[in-house]
Design a protein around this ligand. Structure first.
Ligand SMILES: *Cc1c(COP(=O)(O)O)cnc(C)c1O
Length: 423
C-alpha cells in the first residue's frame, strides 16, 4: 500500500470533507522551496506550507539548533522554571518588536496566541472592576479556529453549530481603498460606548481573506481612536510576522504601536509549533497584585518548550542575515515585475504586492466561494503542474519561502499565466 492509501485509514485532515475530497498527497522530502511526493514527483511550495516556512524546508541551520537543544534540554515545564533558550529568545524578540512591547507569553499555535490576547483584554478590565467584554474585529478577518479566535474571525466556513456559544464580537469594514472613512467612523461609534475590551486586526494584509491589503495610515488612525477610548489593540501578526511584508513585522510600517501582538507561523521557520503573545508593561501590571486571583491563569503544557525556542532563535538569526534580507528584496522585485506584466491581462481584475506577498484576482462569471468548483479547478491545475498554490475563491496568491529561486518564481508565474489563459 502507498502512504497515501494507508493515510486514508486513520487520519482526519483539516478543512476537509473526506467524502468528496481527493486523497492527500504523501510528501516524503523537502528542501528549500521544493517538496517531493512518494512517487518522486517534485512540487514548488509557493505558499510556504501555509505561510510557516520562509527559510526553506529541512533548513540545516534550524535542524542543527534543534538537535543541539534536544541533546541538552529537550523540555522542562515553564511553571516555576525557566531556561536559557526562552530567556534569550525573549531578549532578542523584544529587541525587534515594537518599542512598547515588554512581556511575552508563550503558547503553541496562532489560535492560542489569539485566545490569550482576548482573555488578557477581558481580564485586564475585570481586574479593575470595569465591565468591558466585547471585542471589535474586521469583516473577513481570520484569527484561528478555537472558540475565542473563531468568534473574532469573520471568515468561517462553519460557525452555525457554535454561534450561540461565542463571545460577542462586532465587525467593522476593512479600510481598503475607498472604505477608510466608513471603517474609521464605524470603529469610533463602537469605541465610545465603553463596552469593548479590544480591537483585533491583521495588520495591512488579511491572509485568509485572499491577501486583502489596506494602508498603514488608516490603521494608524484606527489604533489612535482605540487609544483615545481605552480599547486595547491586538495586532495579529501570525501570518504577517518575520519579513512577509518586507519588514520584520507589518506593524513596523505604523507610527502607532499596538498594545498586544500575536506571532506564530514563521516563528520557528516552520519546524516546531510555537506561538507568542506580546504585551506592554501596562497590561502586565494590570495582573500584578498581591491578590492571586488577579493573575493570568492560563498555560499550556508545552509553553516555551526549549526546543521550539532554539528553533525560533535559529530562525531569527536567519531572518536577520544579509542573505535572507536580500532574498526578501529579490522576491519583492520579482513580484513587481510580474505584476506590471500580468495586470494588463484581460482576465485580471486586480493585483497587489507587499513584501513577498503577491495576489491576483481573476475575472469570473459568478462570485466564487472559498472552496468552490472554480477554485478547485485552479488548485488541481497547479498541483498537476507541480506548483502548490491554494487559491481563495477567485484569488490566486503567492507567498513563497524567501529562498525560492528565480527559476522557481518564473515557473510559478508562467503557470499562473497559463491558468489565466486556460480557465
Ligand atoms: C493562521 C492564522 C491564525 C491561526 O493560527 P493556527 O496556528 O492555525 O492556529 C491566526 N491568525 C492569523 C492571521 C493566521 O494567519
Amino acid at each position: 500500500m502507498t502512504l497515501a492509501e494507508r493515510n486514508q485509514k486513520h487520519n482526519w485532515h483539516p478543512y476537509t470533507q473526506h467524502k468528496t475530497a481527493q486523497r492527500p498527497i504523501a510528501i516524503v522530502k523537502g528542501e528549500g522551496a521544493l517538496l517531493w511526493d512518494e512517487d518522486g514527483k517534485e512540487y514548488i511550495d509557493a505558499i510556504a506550507s501555509w505561510w510557516v516556512n520562509p527559510y526553506g524546508h529541512s533548513n540545516p541551520v534550524i535542524a542543527d539548533a534543534i538537535y543541539k537543544q534536544l541533546t541538552t534540554l529537550e523540555h522542562v515545564l515553564f511553571g516555576g522554571f525557566t531556561h536559557e533558550p526562552a530567556v534569550e529568545l525573549s531578549e532578542k524578540l523584544i529587541a525587534v518588536l515594537p518599542a512598547n512591547q515588554n512581556k511575552l507569553f508563550y503558547s503553541d499555535n496562532g489560535s492560542t496566541s489569539v485566545e490569550i490576547a482576548i482573555k488578557v483584554s477581558m481580564q485586564y478590565f475585570f481586574n479593575k472592576g470595569v465591565k468591558k467584554t466585547k471585542i471589535i474585529a474586521f469583516e473577513d478577518a481570520f484569527h484561528g479556529d478555537t472558540f475565542g479566535a473563531m468568534a473574532a474571525s469573520g471568515i468561517s466556513f462553519f460557525m452555525e453549530a457554535f454561534k450561540d456559544s461565542l463571545i460577542e464580537v462586532v465587525r467593522i469594514p476593512v479600510p481598503t481603498a475607498g472604505n477608510e472613512e466608513l471603517s474609521l467612523k464605524t470603529l469610533k461609534d463602537l469605541a465610545v460606548t465603553n463596552e469593548f475590551a479590544a480591537f483585533i486586526f491583521e495588520p495591512l494584509v488579511q491572509g485568509a481573506a485572499g491577501m486583502v491589503m489596506y494602508e498603514a495610515e488608516v490603521l494608524d488612525k484606527l489604533i489612535a481612536i482605540c487609544k483615545e477610548n481605552q480599547v486595547f489593540t491586538i495586532a495579529d501578526e501570525v501570518m504577517t510576522g518575520f519579513g512577509k511584508t518586507g519588514k520584520n513585522f507589518a506593524c513596523d510600517y505604523l507610527t502607532e504601536m499596538p498594545d498586544m501582538m500575536c506571532i506564530s507561523k514563521a516563528l520557528t521557520g516552520g519546524a516546531i509549533p510555537m506561538a507568542i503573545t506580546s504585551f506592554t508593561q501596562e497590561i502586565f501590571d494590570g495582573f500584578y497584585d498581591d491578590d492571586i486571583n488577579k493573575a493570568l491563569f492560563h498555560g499550556h503544557t508545552f509553553t516555551a518548550n526549549p526546543t521550539g525556542c532554539a528553533a525560533a532563535l535559529a530562525s531569527l538569526q536567519l531572518l536577520q542575515s544579509d542573505e535572507m534580507q536580500a532574498n526578501i528584496a529579490r522576491v519583492n522585485k520579482s513580484h513587481l515585475v510580474f505584476e506590471s506584466k500580468i495586470k494588463q491581462h484581460p482576465k485580471v481584475v486586480t493585483t497587489r504586492v507587499l513584501g513577498v506577498i503577491f495576489a491576483l484576482e481573476i475575472k469570473t462569471e459568478n462570485a466564487e466561494s472559498y472552496y468552490g468548483t472554480f477554485r478547485n479547478k485552479l488548485y488541481n491545475f497547479f498541483i498537476e503542474n507541480g506548483v502548490i498554490l491554494r487559491p481563495v475563491g477567485n484569488i490566486v496568491y503567492i507567498l513563497p519561502p524567501y529562498v525560492m529561486t528565480d527559476t522557481q518564481l518564473t515557473k510559478t508565474y508562467n503557470l499562473i499565466e497559463r491558468a489565466l489563459n486556460t480557465f
